[in-house]
Ligand binder design. Structure first.
Ligand code: G1P
Length: 292
């Protein structure tokens, strides 16, 4: 089996972010800030650490700021230079020339449809999918850990974790086969099953490494759970034809698509930082007021 290197990543960023209204009324949810950078920056940093060279954003109307964010901000940089300010804080938000490509998903027809909108850019190569709402805090990053597994077993890999029994209806759920360390063979996949019918509690979280053949399955445009074109259904059709594994990574997942996850992500990341950790810890222990 030849394992083609992973160079491309698809970021489905066309969603409306209705769970976070009114914050997301005029601002893409992926631009919400955790500490000092938007969610999309965390996902892009994770991808680049994993060796990704081409970033493919699947955007929609009102999402242009995501592409602008990774551009050169000419006026800002000129002004900062004139004032003798360091440009270092802007460094992570600069994408090398030509390495960010955006396509539009003109209608919200589902995650599978969003990924399929990138088919011409993906071409005949394996690709990663990163859902930026899922902020993965880990060292090395979640995708890097997945790439390490991919380089051993090839094929398709989903990131997975045990979810609460009552939450299976919010995830793609794996029918697990044999396990070897952090890898579990995937025997089946079902999108958002109710707990009574869920094959396990092993839920897919927002990181995938997929083979280009999944695009051929998506060509059929079949709708599934919620009347949407589901990535899970297209992936399920590859099982048995190509290697398919779920990997549990050593990282903490924060679902920033909802209020609780978003607040906890901010706190967890602040606590880890040298410049913010001590003051946040003290505040949480009740020994300082927010103004001190
Ligand atoms: C999507 C996928 C689902 C996956 C989840 C991970 O659902 O359809 O299979 O488990 O992302 O976050 P969504 O959260 O977009 O409803």
């Amino acid at each position: 089996m030849t394992i083609k290197p992973l160079r491309k990543a698809v970021f489905p960023v066309a969603g409306l972010g209705t769970r976070l209204l009114p914050a997301t009324k005029t601002m893409p949810k992926e631009m919400l800030t955790v500490i000092d950078r938007p969610l999309i920056q965390y996902a892009v940093d994770e991808a680049r650490e994993a060796g990704i060279e081409q970033l493919i954003f699947v955007t929609g109307r009102g999402k242009w700021s995501l592409v602008d964010y990774f551009d050169v901000s000419f006026e800002l940089e000129a002004t900062m230079r004139e004032k003798g300010k360091s440009l270092a804080p802007l460094e992570p938000s600069r994408v090398p020339y030509g390495e960010l490509i955006s396509v539009r998903q003109q209608q919200p027809l589902g995650l599978g449809h969003a990924v399929w909108c990138a088919r011409h850019v993906v071409g005949d190569e394996p690709f990663a999918v990163l859902l930026p709402d899922d902020l993965m805090a880990g060292t090395p990053g979640a995708l890097k850990q997945m790439v390490d597994a991919y380089n051993r077993v090839g094929g398709n890999i989903v990131c997975a974790e045990e979810v609460a029994p009552e939450k299976t209806g919010s995830y793609g759920i794996v029918t697990p086969g044999a396990s070897d360390g952090n890898l579990t063979e995937v025997r089946g996949l079902v999108e958002k099953p109710e707990p009574e019918v869920a094959p396990s509690r092993l839920g897919v979280i927002g990181r995938y490494i997929l083979q280009p053949e999944v695009m051929r399955e998506l060509d059929a445009q079949e709708t599934g759970a919620g009347g949407e074109i589901q990535l899970t259904d297209a992936m399920a059709k590859l099982i048995g034809k190509q290697p398919f594994h779920a990997v549990k990574v050593d990282a903490v997942r924060h679902d920033c698509g909802d209020r609780q996850g978003y607040v906890l992500a901010t706190l967890a990341l602040a606590l880890q930082r040298e410049d913010l950790g001590p003051v946040v810890r003290e505040f949480m222990q009740g020994s300082t007021s927010p103004r001190t």
